[in-house]
Design a protein around this ligand. Structure first.
Ligand SMILES: [Fe+2]
Ligand SMILES: [Fe+2]
Length: 305
């Protein structure tokens, strides 16, 4: 059988998109950003009351995580261009629009929280948002298959980063907001993961080649943010998002256990090669993750001795 081209793949996925979209609409709970913001803690940014680092006791790493999380959410609605362009049916277009609207809500709630609690310099944040969104950095996915693989990994990564950031906030309002957003990301993840699972049944070779490409080149959606590398290092240093989460909570459960790519049958020679490559990559990453976990455990043991 000739593998379907990317548009054809999306056409073939139409009934699944409809079913998954219906499931999403039934599962997603309506919620309102304004109802979660502790407005009574806010005050005007008037002369003499400008933001200062002393306004918020947050550790630098947590502030970095919040900055990357909000700028990511700010930028996500612009992914609409890429996502709706995967092609396919009206149901896919409906999903793309709905997803975009939900990502916009995440930016609203996190920004309002940051502004009211003075967690981040609002001037620096606004300049960073202008830079990020004006830069137009969106995922460059070669095909719908690549796109599905990427967004599955990205939504799960975002869920983990939001939830872990919330756990370190030491503020029940902030923790609740980040958990609420993470719960939405989980629904996005399930939508994309399950669609990719069906795509693997329809055209396993194309999907495996795409998964290999996307896993090896995966970058968090914050790429393009000023000083992203430095922020990413800080974020990893407190365990919000690092190699071990990436390996243990994303690649192993999704690529190996759920998509079962080691067990797929009937792959083309090119897809077999891609499978070998990505399995070796994941195994290598697992070793690095283990070394990091061992080092952290040793540091903790030393610190508590
Ligand atoms: Fe989001
Ligand atoms: Fe999302």
């Amino acid at each position: 059988m000739t593998p379907p081209a990317s548009n054809a793949l999306m056409q073939e996925l139409e009934p699944n998109v409809r079913a998954l979209l219906d499931r999403h609409l039934e599962t997603a709970r309506e919620w309102f950003p304004h109802a979660m913001i502790p407005y009574s803690r806010g005050r005007d940014f008037v002369e003499g009351e400008e933001w200062s680092a002393a306004d918020s006791p947050l550790p630098e790493a947590v502030r970095s995580a919040l900055l990357v999380n909000i700028l990511t959410e700010d930028n996500l609605p612009y992914y609409y261009n890429s996502i709706s362009g995967f092609g396919g049916s009206e149901s896919w277009q409906e999903w793309s629009r709905r997803w975009t609207a939900e990502e916009g809500r995440h930016a609203i709630v996190i920004r309002d929280y940051l502004t009211v609690t003075r967690a981040i310099d609002p001037v620096g944040l606004e300049r960073a948002r202008m830079h990020q969104v004006s830069g137009g950095i969106v995922p460059d996915t070669a095909s719908a298959a690549d796109g599905l693989a990427y967004v599955t990994l990205q939504e799960l990564a975002t869920r983990i980063a939001h939830r872990n950031t919330g756990q370190l906030l030491d503020d029940p309002s902030g923790t609740a907001i980040m958990s609420r957003v993470a719960a939405d990301e989980n629904l996005h993840f399930l939508f994309y993961r399950d669609l990719a699972t069906t795509a693997l049944e329809i055209d396993p070779s194309t999907m495996v080649i795409a998964i290999d490409r996307q896993v090896r080149n995966f970058a968090m959606p914050g790429t393009g943010i000023i000083d992203f590398e430095a922020h990413a290092k800080l974020i990893a240093s407190v365990g919000i998002y690092d190699f071990s989460q990436h390996h243990d909570q994303i690649l192993v459960p999704v690529v190996l256990r759920h998509w079962k790519i080691a067990e797929l049958q009937g792959l083309t020679p090119e897809a077999e090669e891609a499978r070998e490559r990505v399995l070796a990559f994941i195994a290598r990453l697992g070793k690095i993750a283990q070394r990091i976990a061992d080092r952290r455990a040793a540091q903790l043991a030393t610190a508590s001795a």
